[in-house]
Design a binder for this molecule. Sequence first.
Ligand code: HEM
Ligand SMILES: [Ca+2]
Length: 385
Amino acid sequence: YPNSETAKDYYRSSSDFVGGFSDPAALAHDFQSSLISLAWSNYDDFNSRSAGQESLQYNFYHDTCPKAEKIVKEIIRQVYNVRPDLGPALIRLLFHDCFIKGCDASILLDGTEGMESEKDTPPNETLKGFEVIDIIKEEVENVCPGTVSCADIIVLAAREALLQAGGPYYPVTTGRRDSMISYAQLAMYQLPSPYGDLDDVLASFSARGFDERETVNLLGAHSIGIIHCKSFHSRLYNFSGTNKPDPSLDPGFLDTLRSRCGNISSHLLTAPSASPSPSPAPSPCRSSFKSPQSPIEEPGVAMDHKGTRREFGTSYFRSLLQGRGILYADQQLMSREETRNWVRAYAWDAVLFRKDFSDAMMKLSNLNVLTAPDGQIRRNCSKVA
Ligand code: HEM
Ligand SMILES: [Ca+2]
């Protein structure tokens, strides 16, 4: 474990998985605080704390590390200039961290003897951006050692990355602490599969407190970034073992996807490693952000496959209306009236989409956080302190 059979399951089957603030400068502090308290009153159910437990706060590092948020912002801007592909990757990193035991940086821990790493499971094998978190952490440790959690860095980095990609700004609270455990088994089975049907997707989001509207909204993150062909390949040639393409795919779009991906051979559908490794070798994807080309050489398509816009926006929803969702799970949003109505609403109302996306990202960033006295502040994000 992780073995190639479970990898095939993630890529091939469906059943195992259960308006915005456009100008940051214009946001007055008290407006932010009232939004945050409103947010908290809604999310307390998912973040139950016991007596004596600290809560997240706006600008938690104000006294202990006043430069922390500025450092994150600066580094993300610099990275985005040379590697814009890492912007979407950081947003996905937040999603994959927060969905597994909450926003506790469990995703960043390397495997050790006796502990598998979330990073080494099939749903996470194409995650990128780890090196960006490491660079930020190093810089922050230089100015205030042992103070800022890796979990907060992921949340702050995703917020800045979204802004760089043309998305909305939203206030985030800080004060999260880091987990001491990586939850590889949970990552394997609880991250939603690209082949999940609507029931699977809604169940997975609802278990974390997101309703249908929020689920449809968050999937709008798929307006940016790339998808590798193996995440949807069986839709093109052999959907659910039928030896035929997925009937829900628009025929013209099927041709487009086939021409981008070719009939890739089955080796791409298996996991890279079938043997457990106590201390995995560093992946080439994590070595440097300086190289302009994608470090992953597998074929893929841009989420915005028409190539007309590089930015975060509502094109994703209009594609779904045309039967042009790239992932099966994406297109499934059109299969039932409630979710279809939200797809329609967001397709034509960018302001509503951005506003809801800001709210949903705030909620995602606050899922099941660890706060003092629980958890710890890691010195190196990939190792328990
Ligand atoms: C049903 C839920 C979801 C499924 C099944 C899913 C699945 C996937 C898959 C298979 C990819 C392509 C990975 C690759 O081929 O490299 C991807 C990419 C991405 N996902 Fe999701 N995702 C879901 C929800 C979300 C959510 C809620 C967010 C954020 C709020 C998100 C953000 C992204 C981003 C930004 C990318 C592009 C990453 C990049 O370019 O490196 N996804 N997703
Ligand atoms: Ca986590």
